[in-house]
Design a protein around this ligand. Sequence first.
Ligand code: ZN
Length: 356
Amino acid sequence: MCYYVRGNAVPSDNLKKDKAEQKMYNHRDPKRKNRRGTQENKPAEHLLSHLPRKTRLILAIIGVALVAALLFTGVLETDLHGMWEEVFGSDISGKKVYAPANENTLLEVHVLDLGQADSIIIRCGEHAMLVDAGEYQTGAKVVDYIKSLGIGRFDYVIATHPHSDHIGAMRLIPRNFTVGEFFMPEKEHTTNAFVKMLDEIEEKNIRLTFPAPGDKITLGDAEITFLSPAPGMEFEDMNDCSIAFIIDFGNVSAVFTGDMGVKPEKMILEAGYDIDCDIVKIGHHGSKTASSREFIEAMSPEYGIITVEKNAKSNLPAKTIVNRYKEYGVKLYRTDLNGTIVIKTDGNDIRFKTER
Ligand SMILES: [Zn+2]
């Protein structure tokens, strides 16, 4: 029996639809229309057309030299940067900027309070994805929460790694919701939760993909880049095979790393991915096994979220890690203290709403 689709993710129909929709919205962007209109008028040509050809040439050379001088001194930098983004949708460094096509579109991240377990819902416009589903015992809470948001379909579901605090209740997701595509690391487990999860995926005929670092998918106007694990990579610790990714939406980025430790963190850094972000879902429930200084420095996040249980025997989050993030000036949100955490952003401003 073959459960898996090997290799890179092939764009699904849904993905193609996203791109078509994005194009449609781009055409509707009033700013773009204005810019095109200004260019069509060409006022400069009218003013100079009566001058002799030689004079026009000299004026053009002076003009080019003047712009070059202003650029060199940095006077025009900000305006040109903004204009470049507006026209081309990417910044001068060449990095694609995923600006909301519709200004009412928000990116929402719901980090559920399930004790020391993960379940995160990410929504962008009409599109939604789920990252992990927590333990089986809290599965009903996850299903109810998703239903309360009015979500009936996930474009993507990610099972970061096969531990029960991440996939314990995963079998309930295909049973209750339509799933476009399922992502998991190429790592098998012998647990009941793992087997039942695969059974549901097979029964519902859901496309199953092992993403490779560098693979990209879009969720509405947001772009997701997978960072880890590399295909065929063998880790002693199952946590290290966690799927990690960065999501970019407008000027806001967030990194999710499941329970992976410092080894894959180092590999991500060595691979040279841009992981500079505003928000990080802190690795492995704030354990000392993750969050190396080098990784935090490369991310330079403003906010950190820890999924952790109150009064748990595990002593998580580790004091060293909490202090480390504080040392870097990262504002921390914790499910044990704040309950369920909801983040909303328009691509510029980031707002947090917590249960307590
Ligand atoms: Zn975990």
